[in-house]
Design a protein around this ligand. Structure first.
Ligand code: ARG
Length: 281
C-alpha cells in the first residue's frame, strides 16, 4: 500500500523537476522574449546582405553604413559590440536566420511588409524608401512601360522584384543575387535598366555619373529592423533607442553623414542630359 502511494508521488516530483528545468532552459535560449538575451554573449549580432550602400557596405575590412550606425546605437545602449554577419537576403527576409539563432537582429535596408511580418517581428520604421529605376544616362527607359520587350534587372527576394513583376507588363525581368551584380549588369548593358530602392540607386549614380535614376515609383516603403518573432524585449529596446536618437539629433546627424545630398529623380533632365555635364547640377 505504502509502496503504491509512494510511486505516484515520486513520479509527480520528477515531472515537476522536468517542467521547471524546461522553463529555465527556454529562458536561457531567450525565446520567451521578456528580457534581452543575445545569441553570443557580449555581442549584438546583425544579419545583413552586402553590399547595400549607403546602408551597409565594406570599407577595407570594416562594414559601414547608415544601418550599421543605427544598430551601433542599440549595441552601445546594451553595452556590447556589434558583430555583422553577411548572408543572402533570402534567409534574412524569411526570418530563417533569426529563427536559427544566426543573429539577434536583421538590418538590411529591409522593407516592412505584411508577408515578412508573419515570419519575423519588425521594429518601428526607421527609414522611408520607394522603388526607383536606374538606366544609362540618356537612355529612353524612364518608365516600366518604356521597358516593354526589354530586359529589367531585379534583386532576388526584394520588394523591387515584386514591384517589377507586378507592374512591368511585357517586361522581361532578370534576377540577380545582390545589388552589385545588378548595377554592374545595367552599366555593362547586360540589362536595359534595373529596379531597386531609391537611396541605394542615388548613391550609385552619385559615384557613377554616366548612370541616371530615371523614375521613382512612390511605393511608400518603410525600413524596419527585424528580430525573431516574439523577441519583444529586443524589439522594444531598438524602438526606444531610435526614438531617443530622433529626438536628440543623433538620427539627423547619421542621416546627413550617409545622405549628404538627397537628390530627386528628374526623368527629363536625367534622360536627356549630356553625359559630360556636371552631375551635381
Ligand atoms: N528594401 C528592399 C526589400 O526589403 C531591398 C532590400 C535589400 N537589402 C539588402 N541588404 N540587400 O526587399
Amino acid at each position: 500500500m505504502s509502496a503504491r502511494t509512494a510511486l505516484p508521488l515520486i513520479a509527480t516530483v520528477a515531472a515537476l523537476v522536468v517542467v521547471s528545468t524546461g522553463c529555465t532552459s527556454t529562458k536561457t535560449a531567450g525565446s520567451d522574449g521578456s528580457k534581452i538575451e543575445l545569441v553570443t554573449a557580449g555581442k549584438l549580432t546583425t544579419c545583413t546582405h552586402l553590399p547595400y550602400e549607403p546602408f551597409q557596405s565594406r570599407q577595407g575590412n570594416k562594414v559601414v553604413g547608415f544601418d550599421v550606425d543605427i544598430v551601433d546605437l542599440v549595441a552601445k545602449e546594451l553595452k556590447v559590440t556589434q558583430e555583422i554577419v553577411d548572408t543572402p537576403f533570402e534567409g534574412i527576409q524569411t526570418g530563417e536566420d533569426l529563427n536559427a539563432g544566426k543573429c539577434d537582429v536583421a538590418a538590411a535596408g529591409m522593407t516592412i511588409t505584411p508577408v515578412r511580418e508573419e515570419n519575423l517581428d519588425f521594429s518601428g520604421p526607421y527609414f522611408d524608401a520607394t522603388q526607383a529605376l536606374i538606366a544609362k544616362k540618356g537612355s529612353p527607359y524612364t518608365s516600366l512601360a518604356a521597358l516593354k520587350g526589354k530586359k529589367l534587372g531585379v534583386q532576388q527576394g526584394t520588394t523591387g522584384e515584386t514591384y517589377a513583376k507586378k507592374n512591368g507588363v511585357g517586361v522581361e525581368t532578370v534576377q540577380f543575387e545582390d545589388v552589385a551584380l545588378l548595377l554592374t549588369a545595367v552599366k555593362t548593358g547586360q540589362v536595359d535598366a534595373a529596379v531597386n530602392d531609391n537611396g541605394v540607386l542615388f548613391e550609385y549614380v552619385r559615384k557613377n555619373p554616366e548612370m541616371a535614376v530615371t523614375a521613382e515609383f512612390e511605393t511608400g516603403e518603410k525600413y524596419g529592423i527585424g528580430v525573431r518573432t516574439g523577441n519583444t524585449a529586443l524589439r522594444k529596446e531598438i524602438d526606444k533607442v531610435v526614438k531617443a536618437a530622433r529626438a536628440d539629433g543623433r538620427y539627423d546627424a547619421l542621416y546627413k553623414k550617409w545622405f549628404p545630398a538627397a537628390p530627386k529623380a528628374d526623368p527629363k533632365v536625367d534622360a536627356q542630359a549630356d553625359p559630360k555635364a556636371d552631375p551635381k547640377k
